[in-house]
Design a protein around this ligand. Structure first.
Ligand SMILES: Cc1cc2nc3c(=O)[nH]c(=O)nc-3n(C[C@H](O)[C@H](O)[C@H](O)COP(=O)(O)O)c2cc1C
Length: 526
């Protein structure tokens, strides 16, 4: 025995390494069966798996150039981080973009910018930028709603995002006067910190679900009555990252809290089918919208990604002939984000935002419906110049999801579907989300929204306008090669936006239906 102990204690450190590598080699060749590479190249084959696993981070930090990455490149992410932290978000020395590149967007500036008159609301608050249209006014809903901010938090559920992230977003919209869309997971306590809320549901009817998995109007009416900060309701038909795709919420993810909020059983798999049970065709959908609007008094809208247009045409015809239908329409681009989706859906199903939106706007405009609908756009529009283009095309508000996530610390790790989000934003792990301080992060979201609005206002002024709703298609050009060949948007997409009735910022400020804008509430209280 002593001899063995003596022998073992005399093995040098490198001897132990050799023993370890020998055991790994035996395992690679004779025991494991799942990896051909490590069988054929024992030990060194493992380097391939290591490099493959750290490759994305290496490329993101060291290799990719500033404008190279997708969905958001380093310059875009940096702009959001700096804006959210109120740091210097300028760039020096001039643009690093090839502004002669194909599809580059130009905003035509005026010879002399818009000049603020005396007593303009912007003398008090340079970031005040409410929506120029009121949701639900045309259809005479009992509680019309003018969003107090043109940039808002897009649908992301409690479940896909952490409790701390939802709380940060809700407190952030409260500070900045924006609204918070709940996403499909129902209304939670984390959505109830004072911000305006748009209650959103899909085919799972979470939060307003009957025993048999259908839609319960009674539950929705009760929810709205108990939570007056719910200002509108959005029915999800589809989203850009996975249109027409249902989903399964695995039983093991359904904790007591999630079960209560969503109105489902603890621990049992829950199916969100591709189709709604509450309606099966367009006329039924319009009836469903009207029923909800009548029962709750709130504006009701739909959210969808765009592909075929036949059913949209049917909707527009019904709206034109009956005077009924959605108060707002949210158009999501195929480039939109998600908590989880198959790549074949995320990459290929549904049109990119610009193509989808222009198709829909043109269609509704051709039936004289564009003035009575509030158009909301989502799909990487959380940057002021892109938003200016979207306004020129006809949107009235912007919804942002991933940009909002980044403002509260998301690092674009792109692993929302694994529950291992390192920033604690898209995970249910208590440990990972414990690093989020909702008070600090809510300030960051609010600051990002304020900076965004301030820059969009400045761009509008540079083009000679007071509000971005005044942008016309002819104000924006898209490069197709040379300036003499570059085309204004109306010539590229073959429509001219219907001008929004806008009578000055003061008018919006005095509006009875204006959403919760904290600075105004404070002033009223004084
Ligand atoms: C984590 C996550 C969760 C989402 N959850 C929903 C959802 O519940 N319902 C929905 O309609 N869209 C959902 N979306 C899509 C967003 O609301 C938005 O439409 C899309 O990401 C485009 O906006 P963006 O480019 O600013 O991210 C989700 C997106 C993300 C990133």
């Amino acid at each position: 025995m002593d001899v063995i102990i003596d022998f073992i204690s005399n093995i040098p450190w490198w001897g132990w390494i050799l023993v370890f590598l020998f055991i790994v080699a035996i395992r690679d060749i004779f025991i494991q069966r799942s990896h051909t590479i490590s069988h054929n190249f024992p030990i060194i084959g493992h380097l391939r798996y290591l490099f493959e696993s750290i490759g994305p981070e290496m490329r993101q930090y060291f290799v990719a150039n500033n404008r190279e990455e997708l969905p958001f490149n380093r310059i875009e992410r940096g702009w959001i981080y700096a804006s959210a932290k109120k740091e210097n978000n300028y760039e020096g020395f001039g643009t690093d973009r090839d502004i002669y590149a194909h599809q580059h967007i130009f905003i035509n500036n005026a010879m002399m910018p818009f000049q603020l008159p005396d007593h303009h609301p912007h003398h008090e608050d340079k970031t005040f930028l409410p929506c120029a249209k009121v949701m639900g006014l045309y259809h005479k809903r009992k509680r019309p709603f003018r969003p107090a901010s043109i940039i808002n938090v897009s649908a992301m559920s409690f479940g896909s995002l952490s409790a701390k992230a939802i709380e940060s977003l809700n407190k952030g919209v409260q500070i900045s006067g924006a609204y918070h869309n709940t996403g499909e997971g129902g209304l939670s306590a984390y959505h109830s910190h004072g911000g305006d809320v748009i209650f959103h549901f899909g085919t799972g009817y979470f939060g307003v679900r009957s025993q048999d998995g259908g839609f319960s109007l009674e539950k929705l009416v009760k929810l709205v009555a108990e939570n007056p900060f719910i200002r509108a309701i959005e029915v999800k038909l589809s989203q850009g990252a996975k249109p027409g795709k249902g989903g399964v919420l695995p039983g093991k993810k359904i904790t007591k809290e999630i079960a209560e909020i969503r109105g489902v059983a603890i621990g049992k798999d829950v199916l969100s089918p591709p189709n709604h049970k509450a309606f099966s065709n367009v006329p039924e959908m319009v009836d469903f919208i009207e029923k909800i609007a009548d029962a709750t008094g709130l504006p009701v809208g739909i959210k969808a990604a765009i592909g075929k247009l036949e059913q949209w045409e049917e909707l527009a015809n019904i709206m034109a002939s009956t005077g009924k239908g959605p108060d707002f329409i949210t158009i999501d681009g195929g480039e939109g984000g998600t908590g989880a989706a198959p790549p074949s859906f995320a990459d290929h199903v549904s049109l990119p935002w610009v193509y989808g939106f222009s198709d829909i706007y043109k269609l509704f405009q051709s039936k004289n419906l564009s003035e009575r609908i509030v158009f909301i756009g989502s799909g990487k529009l959380g940057f002021p110049a892109k938003a200016a283009m979207a306004f020129a095309m006809g949107v009235d508000c912007i919804n942002v999801a991933r940009e909002a996530m980044m403002s509260i610390g998301c690092i674009q790790a792109q692993i929302c579907h694994t529950n291992r989000c390192p920033a604690g934003v898209a995970t249910q792990s208590k440990w990972l989300q414990s690093g989020i301080d909702p008070t600090l992060k809510s300030e960051r979201l609010a600051q990002y929204f304020k900076t965004f609005r301030k820059e969009l206002i400045e761009i509008s002024h540079a083009a000679g306008y007071e509000h971005p709703c005044q942008f016309k298609m002819s104000d924006i050009e898209m490069n197709v090669d040379d300036h003499n060949l570059s085309k204004e948007l109306h010539r590229t997409y073959n429509y001219e936006k219907t001008q929004v009735a806008f009578n000055g910022m003061q008018n919006l400020k005095d509006c009875l239906y204006l959403g919760n804008y904290p600075q105004l509430t404070q002033n009223k209280n004084h």
